[in-house]
Structures are given as structure tokens and as C-alpha cells.
Design a protein around this ligand. Structure first.
Ligand code: COA
Length: 260
């Protein structure tokens, strides 16, 4: 994989995906979004990749938002298309990925950067991280799912206040709100994230994907999440990994899952 704005490396099942426009605080320009869409699609079809660790280059920013310089002269239609394309190809694609994405937030996660982190399944923050949705300072609102996912994660009252005031929260507060799963010193960010992903990779991959689908169903309009859970639960009985999991338990050994 050869990208202009992303650095990728696959090691022991983890795709290390680093957004790399450090001089622009890793802001998401069009090219970066296109590259992200490409790599997200690759993740789904690669048998080498079991999960993704997404972070930003440098120590200052995860992602400081969408690239403001690119949309300064957009029309209403162009603005809507920007949000729609981004949501479909990147943000929703991450949320609905069959393989888990973990955001390792190494600094500012603002606007599209926080939206990117919120589309991931798990968020680990460095103690230096700062998060917010400052779009109203630009005369905009969040366009990559921020109004929806922040509300889902921290509740309507707190999400509305964060969005209307455009205030940033620090890592400690974000963890208390449920916006971050864990806060660690910056130097431990990658190792703590790897620890979580390594644990997930010991589990049955199809069960992991099914759990993502069922949890996402809570927030999908017109879908009964309980029905989704019942159907996904039932399907697992047809997987070889189910037989392996049960046999391993009964034989008091570690299961060796094959993703089948
Ligand atoms: N889009 C485009 N460029 C951005 C950017 C963004 N979202 N965020 C930062 N940059 C660029 C700056 O323009 C600057 O580029 P330059 O050196 O060519 O002038 C560079 O990144 C460094 O940013 P700077 O503002 O000088 O750093 P700072 O430490 O003073 O402030 C922030 C850091 C994050 C507080 C500030 O950059 C900021 O508010 N960024 C915009 C956040 C935002 O509104 N995001 C939502 C977009 S919808």
C-alpha cells in the first residue's frame, strides 16, 4: 500500500494506520479521505489484517478536523456532498467494519478528527488528548456524524453543550463522560492499545464481527437490535469456531480460532 497521507504497516494481525500530515495537524483533506476509504475497504478483504490501530502522526494531533482550506468556497450542494461522501465511504464504513478499529488519540481530536475517533469501536486517549466539535465557530455543524455519535456516546445534554459551546474537553473529562474508554500516558498509548487488540484477536473473529453488528443495531433506524442479536447468535452455531470454542473449554485448553 502506497499512500501520500497515510502510513500503514501490518504486524501480527494489526494494521497500524497513521494519518500523516503532521504539519497540518493531520487535517483530513480530500486526498486523505480517499486514501482512508481505500484502506478501510482493503481491511475487509485482507486475511492478514485482523484489526486496526488508527492514530495520528506526531505528538500534537490525532486529527485537527476536516481541512478547512479546502471547503472555504463550497456551495450548499458541495457541502452536502462533502458530508455524504465522507460519511458513507469512511465514517460509516469504519463503524460497520467487520474487523475492529481502535482509535489511539495522541493529541487534538477536533471536528472530523473526533468524528473519526467516534466512528471507531474503541477509543484510547493519551493524557495529553483534547477533544471537541468546534464547527459552530466556523458557522457550520459537525458533518461526519458528530451530532449523532457524540449524543450516542455521552448523552443528549452533554453532547448538545459540547457542540453548541465548541469547548474542548481534556482526556480525564472525556473518560468520565464515556467518550474515551481509557486514558494513559502518551508513552503508553500504543502498547495499551495493542494490549486491547491482542486480547480481541484471541477471540473468535466471526463472533467479534457479529458483536459489532449487534451493538451497532442499537442505533440503526428501523432495525430491531434484539432480533439482530437473536439472528447473529443463531448463526454462530453454524461456525466451526463455535465447536472449537466449546471443545477448548471442555478440554481445558486455549481455543485456536480460524475465523470459520
Ligand atoms: N484544516 C486545515 N489546516 C489546519 C487545520 C484544519 N482543520 N487545523 C490545523 N491546521 C493547520 C494550520 O492552518 C497550521 O498550518 P500553517 O502552519 O500552514 O499555518 C498548522 O495546521 C498548525 O496549526 P496551528 O493553528 O498553527 O496550531 P496551534 O497549536 O496554534 O493550534 C489548534 C492548534 C488545533 C487549536 C488549531 O490548529 C485549530 O483550531 N484548528 C482547527 C480545528 C477545527 O476547527 N477543526 C474543525 C474543522 S471542521
Amino acid at each position: 500500500m502506497n499512500y501520500q497521507n497515510l502510513v500503514t504497516e501490518i504486524r501480527n494481525g494489526i494494521l497500524y494506520l497513521t494519518i500523516s500530515r503532521e504539519k497540518k495537524l493531520n487535517a483530513l483533506n480530500k486526498e486523505t479521505l480517499t486514501e482512508l476509504a481505500d484502506v478501510i475497504a482493503f481491511v475487509q478483504r485482507s486475511s492478514d489484517v485482523k484489526c486496526v490501530l488508527l492514530t495520528g502522526a506526531g505528538e500534537k494531533a490525532f486529527v485537527a478536523g476536516a481541512d478547512i482550506s479546502e471547503f472555504s468556497s463550497y456551495s450548499t450542494e458541495q457541502g452536502e456532498a462533502l458530508a455524504r461522501n465522507g460519511q458513507t465511504t469512511v465514517f460509516d464504513a469504519i463503524e460497520n467494519s467487520a474487523k475492529p478499529f481502535l482509535a489511539a488519540i495522541n493529541g487534538f481530536a477536533l471536528g472530523g478528527g473526533l468524528e473519526l475517533a467516534m466512528a471507531c469501536h474503541i477509543r484510547v486517549g493519551a493524557d495529553t488528548a483534547k477533544m471537541g466539535l468546534p464547527e459552530v465557530t466556523l458557522g457550520l455543524i459537525p458533518g461526519y456524524g458528530g451530532t449523532q455519535r457524540l449524543t450516542q456516546l455521552i448523552g443528549k445534554g452533554r453532547a448538545t453543550e459540547m457542540i453548541l459551546t465548541a469547548e474542548m474537553v481534556n482526556a480525564e473529562k472525556a473518560e468520565k463522560m464515556g467518550l474515551l474508554n481509557h486514558v494513559v500516558p502518551l508513552s503508553d498509548l500504543i502498547s495499551r492499545s495493542e494490549e486491547i487488540l491482542n486480547k480481541i484477536m484471541l477471540r473468535a473473529p466471526l463472533a467479534v464481527s457479529a458483536a459489532i453488528t449487534a451493538v451497532n443495531a442499537v442505533y440503526t433506524d428501523g432495525v430491531n437490535g434484539y432480533e439482530t442479536e437473536i439472528a447473529e447468535f443463531g448463526k454462530r452455531f453454524g461456525n466451526k469456531d463455535f465447536k472449537e470454542g466449546v471443545s477448548a473449554f471442555l478440554e481445558k485448553r486455549t481455543a485456536q480460532f480460524k475465523g470459520m
